[in-house]
Design a protein around this ligand. Structure first.
Ligand code: FAD
Length: 496
């Protein structure tokens, strides 16, 4: 029989590594199994290609939680840089500052369109849709039909692959909470008049962010090194495919497969899982009763076409939201603006064109060559780089980038949680897909941290499911419009 591991962690993303870091630092025996053969960091990894570095998305390091910021500084004390933030929206052949600047928006939209926006806002306020059920109705009630169609509809539909009439109003209320039109207009006016500099406050005002100089992967490589230094183990190329709990001893037998198909077996007292709930529940044998619910959980996938070249078009933005319906690309990342160290030389340009898709759909299954051609055509159309200036391209696919919040997801997750709490007390769910929570690194880390603290204490001090319950922060949305402050707090259960 293999040695008994105290805690086995599934996944070396932010959640899994934070749990392993906290446990191993306290001298606790911990083994992390990671499916990826090369990268730690999960969705927050930094991929590399011929010396060019890029994120899956673009990962700002921002947290309201002192504990998480302290952890970042502890793990990566010397490598953070402060970056100016600039992002714009591309719509109808024009660029709009994001967050919006009132006079610029007025100029771009023109007097007539602006007046129509105001009128449709007034109309929506006078005649709201009663009990709004859909995303469309909710946004229309709060911003008016005209603004909905310009700043919410196309981008939201690109991101979720669903019609705004099929997305629930609850989701809008949660993601856009805190952003009211009056505040946005006042903020836009202040921006136009240059009165916003140096102010803290609402997240939409944040004009710079912290970033590891060679991308977020730097954080997770450092975390992995430290975990190993504390005596913890991280095994790469180990995709967990089976879990079975011995009813008598309570021990878990965990099997993991490598790329060659070889299966390894581990025995552990407890398991922390950051794997997608759907995969985890499928791996548990005998099948949990709530496996049927897990099968209903849905995900949105994501791919980046990285275009490398030499371009004389000046692009100051970190990223640009592409609301224009005439192209499929949803967002363009400009990696030099994130950090000059993301590129191997000073002359190259490296842009990441982000496409939201479903695993197996036309975009996902297109060849890399076809995707590069599409991206070249679209970037030229938007005017951010000429097609002939592109000299190389690569594609990175990210399955399950977003857990989908459809009408039923919450009740499925509740049923699964209940069964796990009852039947598998030593199985802990953490992280984004691990808890089916649309959260950021800091939230994912907080769930890992609190789980580790509970384990070290030998009792449930913290309710991990409270993390992000009232969060108002998302890395995107209607142009990331609802970038309110993250609300991650360590709430002891007894005090809560
Ligand atoms: C486009 C985009 C932009 C984002 N921007 C930001 C941002 O600006 N700031 C921010 O803070 N956050 C951002 N995020 C969110 C951030 O990426 C996630 O919150 C974070 O990576 C979640 O960490 P995690 O450990 O829960 O999950 P993941 O990052 O998904 O890591 C899970 C790990 O588990 C592994 N795994 C899965 N299944 C198995 C298995 N069966 N066996 C073994 N290993 C397995 C995976 O390979 C992966 O390494 C962004 C996300 C996206 C998609």
């Amino acid at each position: 029989m293999p040695l008994i591991i105290e805690t086995l962690v599934i996944g070396a993303g932010p959640a899994g590594l934070t749990a392993a870091y906290t446990l191993s630092k306290a001298g606790h025996d911990v083994v992390v199994l990671e499916a990826d053969p090369v990268y730690v960091g999960g969705i927050s990894r930094t991929a590399s290609y011929k010396g060019f570095l890029f994120d899956i998305g673009g990962h700002r390091f921002f947290s309201k939680s002192r504990e998480i910021v302290d952890l970042w500084n502890e793990i990566l004390p010397d490598d953070f840089i402060e970056r100016p933030r600039l992002s714009r929206i591309y719509y109808g052949g024009k660029f709009y500052s994001y967050p919006l600047k009132a006079f610029e928006a007025l100029r771009n939209l023109g007097v007539l369109q602006s007046a129509a926006c105001v009128a449709s806002f007034g109309w929506a306020k006078l005649f709201p849709v009663r009990n709004p059920k859909t995303f469309h109705q909710w946004v229309r009630n709060n911003f008016g039909e005209r603004l909905f169609s310009i700043f919410f509809k196309t981008y939201t539909e690109k991101v979720w692959g669903m019609d705004c009439d099929d997305i629930s109003a609850d989701w809008a209320a949660q993601r856009i909470k805190g952003l009211d039109l009056f505040a946005a207009v006042m903020d836009g006016l202040r921006r136009s008049l240059g009165l916003n500099r140096g102010k803290g406050g609402a997240k939409s005002l944040i004009e710079s962010f912290r970033y590891p100089r060679r991308g977020p992967g730097m954080m997770w490589d450092a975390a992995a090194r430290k975990i190993r230094g504390f005596g913890g183990k991280i095994e790469m190329d180990r995709a967990v495919c089976g879990l079975a709990r011995d009813e008598e001893t309570g021990l878990w037998t965990v099997t993991a497969r490598d790329a060659a198909g070889v299966v390894q077996t581990y025995v552990a007292r407890r398991v922390i899982s950051s794997a997608p709930i759907r995969d985890l529940m499928r791996a548990i044998k005998p099948a949990p009763i709530s496996q049927l619910h897990a099968r209903e959980l849905k995900y949105r996938d994501f791919l980046t076409v990285v275009l490398i070249g030499r371009s004389d078009i000046v692009l100051p933005d970190n990223w640009v939201y592409i609301h224009d319906p005439s192209v499929k690309v949803g967002r363009v990342q400009n990696f030099r603006s994130w950090s000059p160290e993301m590129l191997p030389d000073e002359a190259s340009t490296c842009l990441g064109l982000e496409y939201f898709c479903f695993e197996g759909d036309g975009l996902w299954t297109s060849s890399d060559e076809d995707l590069a051609e599409l991206a070249k055509k679209e970037i030229a159309k938007i005017g951010l780089m000429r097609a002939e200036d592109v000299v190389d391209a690569t594609v990175v696919r990210q399955p399950k980038a977003y857990p989908v919040y459809d009408e039923d997801y919450a009740s499925h997750v509740t049923t699964i949680r209940r069964e796990i709490a009852l039947r598998y007390p030593e199985l802990h769910l953490v992280g984004r897909n691990g808890m089916h929570k649309y959260n950021n690194q800091d939230h994912a880390m907080m769930t890992g941290l609190l789980t580790a603290l509970n384990i070290l204490a030998g009792e449930t001090l913290y309710d991990v499911w409270q993390v992000n319950e009232d969060a108002e922060y998302g890395e995107q949305g209607p142009s990331g419009a609802q970038e309110a402050l993250a609300s991650v707090r360590m709430v002891p259960r007894r005090a809560a």
